[in-house]
Structure formats: C-alpha cells, structure tokens
Design a protein around this ligand. Structure first.
Ligand code: NAD
Ligand code: UDP
Length: 349
C-alpha cells in the first residue's frame, strides 16, 4: 500500500473510471478532474461503490489554468495520469480545430500547470493511431509516426511536446527531470467485472464492441461489418482488443517504473499496451454469440473510410520495462462487456 496521490484527468470517462478503481484498490489517493463533456459523475459514484473508498472530484476543464492551479494547490499531487481528451476519429475529421484545441492546447495547459507545481511524473494516454500505416502490421515503438487523421495527429503532437519538454529539462534541470510514460493503447474493450462501470457511448456507438452489445440487447437492429474483402483470413478487419482492466493496470505499472532506477535520470518513453494478437470482426461476433448465447444480426457492408485491414501490438517493451502483460482472455472481455450492458441497458442514466 502507499499514500501517493494521483491526479486523473478525464477520470469520469470509460478508461479513467476503471483506472480510478485500480488506483484506489492499490492504495493511491485519487483526485479526478473532468469537465463531464463525455461522461457522467455517476461513474465516479460507482467507482466509490466498488472500492468502498472515496476520491476527490473537481468538475473543471483542463484548459482552465486557474482551475488547475487551484487543484495543484489544494492537493499534494505526486503523479498525473492524463486521460482527458476527445477521441472520435470521424468527429475529428469534421471538427479538427475543436480536437486540436481540446487535446493539444488542453495538454499544454496541463503541462504548464504541472511545471508550475513542480509535479513532473506523467502517464499519458496515447493511441496506436499515432503510427498511421507503418511498414509492418505488428507495431513496434520505434516505428515512425505518421497518423492519418486529426485525432491521431493530436496524440502525436502531444507526444512530441512531451518529448521536447522532457529533453529540455534534462539539459537545464538534470536534478529534477520529467519522467513520462506515453502509453499507446490498442483497442480497449470490456468493463469492470462487477458490471457497475463500463463504456457509455453517446448516441450510436462508433466502435465495434459497444455496437455489437447494443444489437444483442435489442437497442440497435443490425451490425454492419465494414468490409469482408480485406487481405485477412476471413476478409474482415483485424484489431488487437485489450481488456480495459488489463489496460489500466499498465498505468499503475508505469507509475512504478517512473519511480524506479530506469527513470532516475528522467526521460520520456513510449510503450505499446496491447495483447500482441489480433481478432477479426467476425471472430468478435462469434465470440460474443458463444459467450452470451445471443444471436448477433449482422450484414456485410462497404469498408469504412480510413480503416486499416489489420494491426496489432508488439507488447514486448512493456513486458520488459514495465513488467506488464495482458491477463484477461477474449471470453473475459466479452462476458464483462455483456454484464455491463445487461445491468445498465441505458448506460449511467
Ligand atoms: P472518454 O471520453 O470516456 O473519457 C475522456 C474523459 O475526458 C471524459 O470523461 C471527458 O468528459 C473528459 N474530458 C475531455 N475533454 C476534457 C477537458 N478539456 N477537460 C476536462 N475533462 C475533459 O474516453 P476514454 O475511452 O476513456 O479515453 C480516455 C483517453 O484514452 C482519451 O485521451 C483517448 O483519446 C485515449 N484513448 C482511448 C481509446 C479508446 O478506444 N477508448 C484508444 C486509444 C486512446
Ligand atoms: N467495425 C465494424 N462495424 C462497426 C464498427 C467497427 O465492422 O459498426 C470494424 C472496423 O471496421 C474495424 C473493427 O471493427 O475493423 C474495430 O473498429 P473500432 O471502431 O472498434 O476500432 P478502430 O477502428 O479504432 O480500430
């Protein structure tokens, strides 16, 4: 157990709320800042219900420097996990400036507030989208970054900013350097095993698993499988799905690593968080049917613009340096998604 305090930006969101549970259960004090633009405070009530512990919640925007300064003044923060951001690829193509302003500018304000408060340990939510279309479908951290949409570019820009800030400080303040982990998520799915917290998308889901579970529960009529003519074994797209609880455990491992000898001289390091193994859309549909006993009504539809045929992680660096790897199975991911969906057919409402 420990008495460190972690500030979780975006802590009321899908991944952030699961991170709060794991942090509280590991003995951290948790402070959340979230403007609730894509979440509900009920998620935080459920976090406290699951853990039997309390957290401190500030409803504020990370683009508000005064609000952040106030949080750093009120709370003795040791580390920040930065989840707050907008995440819909399609929306980012329609409203790019909103994405740059929220994600990039918001991160700048946060980094500045951290510098001012002399809090220099950060775990950042990056994404496999930063890679774009690299030379191999199994992504390795050293691959060049060339994201193909505005959302991905916001993540790559924030990564660049953090590498620059870290490098600058290593030169001028080697005794007090930044320690930063950039965690590149593959496809997070699933929910906490209690079924009390989970993904609660606004409107019609964009992502596969929330869509499938809403078809299963009868909220949506039919899944469109986007393309069956990709160069993959069954023709449908392949992704590296990772259970959200495994994913957030990687953040706690990252905090431990930032405090170890490896980061004694500071630094900014990217890690893939994925299973290292891909499943096709039809694999996911079949697994859902097998585990839940439901039938998923689906049709083959045209490819979705901007989708890649296949990618998955090389997660070996996270195993080597963070001592992290996935533990949950595909069946766990499906069963936990379904438990959340059936217990909360209208999400948090
Ligand atoms: P989410 O939308 O559920 O959570 C993000 C949270 O941030 C929300 O609660 C939202 O209200 C809050 N927020 C957004 N802008 C804010 C601002 N300016 N100030 C304060 N709060 C703000 O999304 P998620 O799925 O939990 O994703 C968390 C992070 O992980 C995001 O940065 C996302 O880009 C990244 N990520 C997600 C996925 C995924 O598939 N879910 C994949 C890769 C990376
Ligand atoms: N997908 C699909 N139908 C949907 C949503 C997604 O066939 O309604 C496919 C999509 O083309 C991709 C995979 O499912 O091959 C995962 O898509 P998702 O949007 O969940 O993740 P991402 O595209 O960000 O990897």
């Amino acid at each position: 157990m420990n008495s460190q305090t972690v500030l979780v930006t975006g802590g009321a969101g899908y991944i952030g709320s699961h991170a709060c549970v794991e942090l509280l259960q590991a003995g951290f004090n948790v402070v959340v800042v979230d403007n609730l633009c894509n979440s509900k405070s009920e998620a935080l009530a459920r976090v406290q219900q699951i853990t039997g512990k309390t957290l401190q919640f500030y409803q504020a925007d990370i683009r508000d420097p005064l609000a952040l300064a106030n949080i750093f003044e009120q709370e003795a923060i040791d580390t920040v996990i930065h989840f707050a951001g907008l995440k819909a690829v399609g929306e980012s193509c329609q409203q790019p400036l909103r994405y740059y302003e929220n994600n990039v500018y918001g991160s700048m304000v946060l980094i500045e507030a951290m510098q001012q408060a002399n809090v220099k340990q950060l775990v950042f939510s990056s994404s496999a989208t930063v890679y774009g279309e690299p030379p191999s479908v199994q992504y390795v951290e050293h691959f060049p970054l060339s994201p193909i949409n505005p959302y991905g570019r916001t993540k790559a820009m924030i990564e660049d900013m953090l590498r620059d800030v870290s490098a600058a400080d290593q030169l001028v303040k080697p005794e007090n350097p930044w320690k930063i982990a950039l965690l590149r998520y593959f496809n997070p799915i699933g929910a906490h095993a209690s079924g009390l917290i989970g993904e609660d998308p606004n409107g019609i889901p964009n992502n596969l698993m929330p869509y499938v579970s809403q078809v299963a529960i009868g909220k949506l009529a039919q899944l469109s499988v986007f393309g069956d003519d990709y160069p993959t074994p069954d023709g449908t797209g392949i992704r590296d799905y990772i259970h959200v609880v495994d994913l957030v455990k990687g953040h706690i491992k990252a905090i431990t690593a930032l405090q170890s000898d490896k980061f004694a001289a500071g630094g900014c390091q990217a890690y893939n968080l994925g299973a290292g193994k891909g499943y096709s859309v039809l694999d996911m549909v079949k697994a859902f049917e097998r585990v839940t006993g439901q039938t998923i009504n689906y049709k083959i539809a045209p490819r979705r613009a901007g989708d890649l045929a296949e990618f998955f992680a090389d997660p070996s660096l996270a195993l080597q340096e963070l001592d992290w790897q996935v533990e949950k199975t595909l069946d766990d991911m499906v069963a936990d998604t379904w438990a959340w969906q059936t217990k909360n057919p209208q999400g948090y409402q």
